[in-house]
Design a protein around this ligand. Structure first.
Ligand code: HEC
Ligand code: HEC
Length: 293
């Protein structure tokens, strides 16, 4: 009996050491994926020097929501803490812009590669990849108006569950998202919808690259916008109040701070684009057989 117990104990000890090694290997693999340097894309951006650049850049930053994560004064902050998954610190941009060249900043913002050559995580570069050169130059002119101030922020912390997601490929760096072409441009519905399509880039961060919704925030498909008439849609964009006088969580908070700067023409163009897109989606669905349940 005692002998058997001894063998069981040996067996368990062996299993435990295999587990320790497996956890170590998984940790090392995730650490390698998170920290390894990636190729630095070549970028070329002409600085914006005209007097209107800073004001236009403020608008780009407002619509893109840079301050939502990097803080109202751009000194960085811890903006999300999901225990075991991630502790998300956004860096102090006032110190980043004092340190980095325009090319470094462009690589971070539109290509998802930090100035130290690491791929960036959670920073929505795959969305910002669709900013134009002019918008990016204006954005940099605006960010460079902030003198360096405040402490450096810690690096992004990734917990065990986050690391499992990294190793299994469910949680990807922005550079990896772009390398896999998972951030295609929005559907082009013709020249009459070009302005609306351009404004709709601001919705991609949460409603997804094709505006189909889902993702970690469980956002709705933006076909829902077709159910809005223009006055109700404009009210949602300006005040965050949804149809039926509802407060709709993060959407309401986001609209008030980011989308209230849209002009009447932009709101109307966005609404027109979303309606045209919804018509196409509905037509597409009508010609497809219903999925078997
Ligand atoms: C959803 C939150 C979020 C938003 C929105 C966001 N950022 Fe970031 N940003 C981050 C995080 C997190 C990091 C650090 C990522 C890392 O270390 O892997 C980061 C990193 C950066 C860096 C890289 C710094 C370096 O070390 O090279 C720059 C530059 C930057 N952000 C600028 C911006 C600008 C400009 C905007 C708006 C257009 C913006 N960010 C919007 C979260 C965000
Ligand atoms: C920062 C994330 C974020 C961004 C950016 C964002 N949304 Fe949303 N949106 C949400 C979330 C989350 C919901 C679901 C809210 C709920 O039902 O609690 C939502 C819901 C909506 C709804 C449905 C409201 C209803 O009637 O229930 C509409 C319409 C909408 N968004 C339009 C837009 C448009 C247009 C844009 C771009 C200009 C946009 N959103 C950008 C997060 C976002």
């Amino acid at each position: 009996m005692l002998r058997i117990l001894k063998w069981v104990a040996y067996g368990l000890a062996g299993l435990a050491s295999v587990l320790v090694v497996a956890v170590g290997v998984a940790f090392a693999a995730s650490e390698w994926t998170i920290r390894r340097p990636v190729p630095k894309p070549a970028v070329r951006l002409a600085a914006a020097a005209d007097p209107g650049a800073v004001a236009r850049g403020l608008r780009v930053a407002t619509v893109a929501g840079c301050a939502q994560c990097h803080g109202a004064n751009y000194q960085g902050r811890m903006f999300d803490d999901i225990p075991g998954v991630v502790k998300a610190y956004a860096p102090n941009l006032t110190r980043v812009v004092a340190r980095d060249s325009d090319a470094d900043l462009d690589r971070a913002i539109r290509h998802g590669v930090g100035s130290d050559g690491r791929a960036l995580w959670i920073m929505p570069s795959a969305t910002f990849a669709h900013l134009t050169d002019a918008e990016t130059a204006d954005l940099l002119a605006y960010l460079r108006t902030f003198p360096p101030a405040g402490p450096e922020q810690p690096r992004l912390g990734v917990g065990p569950l986050g690391r499992i997601a990294v190793v299994t490929g469910q949680f990807k760096s922005e550079a990896a998202v772009m390398a896999a072409h998972e951030n295609p441009p929005l559907p082009d519905l013709g020249p009459q919808y070009a302005q609306g399509r351009s404004v709709a880039r601001a919705c991609v961060e949460c409603h997804g690259p094709a505006l189909r919704g889902g993702g970690p925030l469980h956002t709705p498909d933006l076909t829902i916008a077709a159910a809005y008439d223009l006055p109700d849609f404009a009210r949602l964009m300006r005040t965050g109040v949804a149809a039926g006088d509802r407060h709709v969580g993060m959407m309401s908070d986001t609209a008030k701070v980011r989308f209230a700067v849209f002009s009447d023409a932009e709101v109307a163009a966005l609404h027109g684009y979303l309606k045209a897109r919804a018509d196409l989606e509905v037509k597409g669905a009508a010609t497809k057989p219903l999925p078997k349940s």
